[in-house]
Design a protein around this ligand. Structure first.
Ligand code: ZN
Ligand code: ZN
Ligand code: FE
Length: 756
């Protein structure tokens, strides 16, 4: 007889792991105990040596999804005196709070069946859940994950729910959000002044009726509010656009089921798997011709963002309504997501006609995640509900470090031990409300882990709100160059440790030479970064203010490469007035508010304007998207010429010859899409050309430009054809949402082993 004490780490809390261990021990006739602790799950197992060995193997390998065991660590082994029955005991509260917190899980099939079963006591109860599904990160307020440490603490379990909660053979054993109509949260229907007009089932019916009437309803869900309306009603969708001040950026659509999804979009097996996954993200899909949706949902967009119902409330709404619903984040443009119903009443005033709310508090805002399949693999473009806060493993030991991320699409990341936890998408930090949300997220992650960071990390850009946060508080922060962080983020998620050739292409990031980088080739590891190549740059008239003005990029490009033909060339190609061109040219020649940039994002903007595809954009990335969409049907087009030359110690991909051919083609009436395709293919050849000069290094494709399917897939294809090994993002976004992970990885690498 032997007694072992073990620590199990991984995704083991809030996933039915203890009942699994309990059943296993009883089945194998072993004694002992299992309990939650702040680092994970602890177990004591008593029995014959061989049986214990077998038991440990099965604990490690047989845990049912969504549980995942990362490690089984032996804490103590001693001879046992007497056998004891196996029990599940009280959680223990002491020690480091390093347990993996589960992400929120979409309603499981068993709960869905009960939801629509008239004989079940939870028939049509909008908060049904079990150990395999339901809210997790959106309700946890402290560790270990137990009911008093969730926003369910205010709801006392009724006798029936308590019996389930305490019965190890029940699938609701220790399901922390367990609830029923007798004891749990309830719905309410409010008018736009917050007056209660209906509750429970009647509230749901009122919402369905309002949606049928073409009204806009704010619906409180798992991680925050959605603004919801009938996706087939052009008037309703248009009204939502006007009220939200969102001119063209597409809205996500929640569909009742797979069949409804297939009617709207062409869906591969992998994409279907993503839609149905317990993370239930918005999946970007190619839209079907003639899809029965209002055009206003995604104007001029060949793709659609679809998602399936993931909370029981959504299942009921979609079931009763019977048609797709627009489900966009409940916020004003540029503001963070609303989570509290009283706050929503203020912040969503004038946006929503009425409110469908409930009284289960949301611990922190979690937007819907967005995923797109790129080069045959899922790529998370916005990482929040369903994925956060699952950790990304590190191959070395890091001291506790908090990385504060970029300015746009901000996330923060906490490194500690052998993993990094990246926060949910927080958003662009321009608006005051967004900066408040950022500060709350910084406080939240420290409070939850009860951890004081030993170090802070920021972007090297001194004026980012995230950098200012650290400076204002006198925090001595390590700074990481923006594009180095991009490369490191992709290395970290792939566990790459040796030197790579990083291709970091994005819209904007401050370079070490104080110019705006964004078309960079970096020979980098976590601990080092050398810029070895770039794209030929230009002066961008209007600076930061020109980021959303593709015409300014186009004028900047023409002025850089064909100054002798200006302003005539810009008048001819861009249809601008000569006076307007001269004004922009004056900014450039006076070097006034016309920073030098090597940004590929700005090249895309300029090309988009030259091709007449997008001359004024209303959201970031719009011009580049227009170029991608136009190019997609022309995959057979050849690349344009270009030249890689050496300038000092840097290789420069000179795109002058490319631009000459672009102009020739446009003048001779070649279709804009064909020109756009050739331009994409040229950029892929530039990547191959640079990779040839760094043979032997893995090639890491990162930065917002690699959200572009055509560009990414062409680069991957051509790199493989030429014998290189490309890597690209799957777990964190290629855009600035991944910056915090890269910052944390770089700083952790430099400070590894210094943990106290
Ligand atoms: Zn369930
Ligand atoms: Zn109950
Ligand atoms: Fe970036």
């Amino acid at each position: 007889m032997q007694a072992l004490e073990l620590l199990v780490t991984g995704a083991v809390q809030g996933v039915g792991f203890r009942p699994f261990v309990y059943r296993l021990a009883h089945e194998m006739g072993l004694g002992g105990a299992v309990w939650n602790e702040p680092r994970g799950v602890r177990l004591r197992v008593v029995g014959p040596e061989r049986a214990i060995e077998n038991f440990c193997w099965r604990v490690k390998h047989d845990a049912p999804v969504p549980a995942r065991v990362d490690a089984l660590q032996l804490l103590e082994a001693r001879p046992a005196v007497a056998p004891e029955p196996f029990r599940i005991v009280e959680s223990q509260d002491e020690g480091a709070r390093t347990a993996v917190i589960m992400a929120d899980l979409a309603t499981c099939p068993a709960c869905r069946a009960e939801l629509f079963d008239p004989a079940n006591r939870r028939h049509r109860y909008p908060f049904i859940n079990c150990t395999h599904c339901g809210p997790r990160y959106s309700i946890v307020t402290a560790l270990p994950y137990d009911r008093p440490h969730t926003t369910m603490r205010g709801f006392a379990l009724c006798p029936a729910c308590r019996a389930e909660y305490e019965d190890p053979s029940d699938r609701r054993f220790h399901a922390q959000p367990n609830a029923c109509p007798a004891c749990g949260p309830q719905l309410a229907w409010w008018d736009d002044e917050g007056r209660v007009e209906a509750v429970r089932e009647a509230a749901l019916q009122a919402a369905v009726q309002a949606l049928r009437d073409g009204r806009i309803v704010a619906v409180k869900g798992i991680g925050g509010f959605h603004l919801v309306c009938d996706a087939s009603n052009p008037r309703a969708v248009e009204t939502l656009r006007v009220r939200k001040h969102r001119e063209e950026k597409p809205f996500a659509v929640m569909v009742p089921d797979d069949t409804a999804a297939r009617a709207l979009a062409r869906i591969s097996d992998l994409e279907l798997e993503l839609l149905r996954a317990s993370a239930a993200p918005i999946v970007l899909l190619p839209r079907r011709e003639g899809a029965a949706l209002a055009d206003e949902v995604a104007p001029g967009n060949p793709n659609l963002g679809l998602l399936l119902p993931y909370a029981p409330l959504h299942h009921l709404l979609l079931h009763d309504f019977g048609r797709p619903l627009v489900a966009t984040s409940g916020n004003r443009s540029d503001e963070p997501l609303c989570t509290d119903e009283r706050e929503a009443l203020q912040r969503l005033r004038g946006l929503a006609d009425a409110f469908l709310v409930h009284n289960r508090p949301i611990a922190r805002p979690l937007d819907d995640s967005i995923v797109r399949v790129l080069a045959g693999k899922p790529c998370i473009l916005r990482r929040a509900r369903g994925y956060t806060p699952l950790p990304i493993p590190l191959s070395f030991e890091a001291p506790p470090l908090l990385a504060l991320g970029a300015h746009l699409k901000n996330t923060i990341a906490l490194a500690s031990g052998r993993s990094i936890v990246v926060s949910q998408h927080i958003g662009d930090l321009d608006a005051l409300e967004a900066r408040d949300a950022f500060e709350r997220a910084v406080d939240d992650v420290q409070a939850l882990r009860q951890l004081q960071p030993a170090g802070w990390v920021t972007d090297r850009h001194p004026d980012y709100a995230s950098s200012l946060y650290a400076r204002d508080r006198g925090l001595a922060a390590v700074t990481v160059q923006h594009h180095h962080a991009h490369v490191a983020s992709c290395m970290a998620e792939h566990g790459l440790e040796r030197t790579v050739l990083g291709v970091a292409w994005d819209g904007t990031g401050l370079g070490d030479d104080r110019t705006i980088w964004g078309g960079e080739f970096l020979v980098a590891g976590f601990g080092s970064c050398q810029r070895v190549g770039t794209i030929s740059g230009f002066h961008l008239p209007g600076g930061d203010g020109a980021m959303r003005k593709p015409l300014s990029s186009a004028v900047g490009l023409l002025q850089a490469f064909f100054p002798e033909a200006m302003p005539r060339l810009a008048v001819e190609l861009l249809g601008l007035e000569e006076g307007a061109v001269r004004q922009l040219m004056a900014l450039i020649t006076r070097r006034a508010n016309a920073p030098y940039t090597t940004s590929v994002g700005r090249w895309f903007d300029g090309l988009s304007a030259l091709c007449g595809l997008c001359r004024a954009s209303t959201f970031e990335g719009q011009a580049a998207m227009a170029l991608e969409w136009a190019a997609t049907p022309h995959r057979e087009r050849a690349a344009y010429p270009f030249e890689i030359r050496r300038a000092d110690d840097l290789l420069v991909a000179d795109l002058r010859a490319t631009l000459v051919r672009v102009i020739e083609d446009l003048r001779s009436g070649v279709e804009a899409g064909a020109v756009a395709a050739s331009f994409h293919h040229t950029l892929a050849e530039v990547v191959v050309g640079m990779a040839e000069r760094q043979r032997g290094l893995p090639v890491v494709l990162t930065g917002g430009c690699f959200q572009n399917q055509l560009l990414l897939e062409r680069c991957v294809l051509r790199l493989r054809e030429t014998g290189h090994t490309p890597y690209w993002h799957q777990l964190v976004p290629p855009n600035d949402g991944g910056i915090s992970l890269g910052q944390a990885a770089v700083a952790a690498y430099l400070q590894q082993g210094t943990a106290g």
